[in-house]
Design a protein around this ligand. Structure first.
Ligand SMILES: Cc1cc2nc3c(=O)[nH]c(=O)nc-3n(C[C@H](O)[C@H](O)[C@H](O)COP(=O)(O)O)c2cc1C
Length: 159
């Protein structure tokens, strides 16, 4: 079983989640973790899973992630299990104005997963968000553990 994790991260929080996911999958197969700026579509050959992670910026993935997604050829993800994660604020932690704004903007993970499915991938697990306490982090307690258990769910979906 081969799994590729592609992520972007400005302050290191999304990278920590990517590495926690990799750590959970490593005993079950081969895992490669790449920063989106260093990933290209040749990496997609013969993978079973593609997991893409991004910080949420104004409800969307970062430009680097969007550029990576654009480079994936049509149908390149046929028979590949796909999903994505983002790091984000929790609406619950914010005042009413910000809470409404966050809901309107939505988050990056769902959008990334839709894009990956559009390239032919099958949904391996529902997209997930991991919470940061502030723009630069830190991650909320137990998010690394939550990422590890989400990762195991992905691998279980293998066709
Ligand atoms: C320019 C900018 C826009 C952001 N927009 C959102 C947003 O719309 N929703 C949200 O939940 N978090 C938002 N955040 C907070 C990011 O989610 C947070 O910075 C990110 O999770 C940190 O991940 P990183 O350490 O991997 O860069 C924003 C942060 C920045 C810097």
């Amino acid at each position: 079983m081969k799994c590729l994790i592609v992520y972007d991260s400005n302050f290191g929080n999304t990278e920590k989640i990517a590495r926690a996911i990799a750590g959970a999958i490593t005993p079950l197969g081969e895992v490669k973790v790449l920063r989106a700026s260093e990933a290209n579509s040749s990496e997609l050959a013969s993978i079973d899973f593609l997991i893409v992670g991004s910080p949420t910026h104004a409800g969307r993935a970062t430009r680097t992630i969007k550029e990576f997604l654009k480079k994936i050829p049509e149908n390149a993800l046929k028979n590949v299990g796909v999903t994505s994660f983002d790091t984000r604020f929790s609406a619950k932690d914010k005042g009413v104005g910000t809470r409404i704004l966050l809901r309107i903007l939505d988050y990056a993970a769902g959008r990334i997963t839709e894009n990956l499915k559009g390239k032919g991938g099958y949904l391996a697990a529902e997209p997930e968000g991991f919470i940061v306490e502030d723009s630069k982090g830190p991650l909320k307690q137990k998010e690394l553990e939550r990422a590890a258990s989400w990762a195991k769910e992905i691998v279980k979906s293998k066709k």
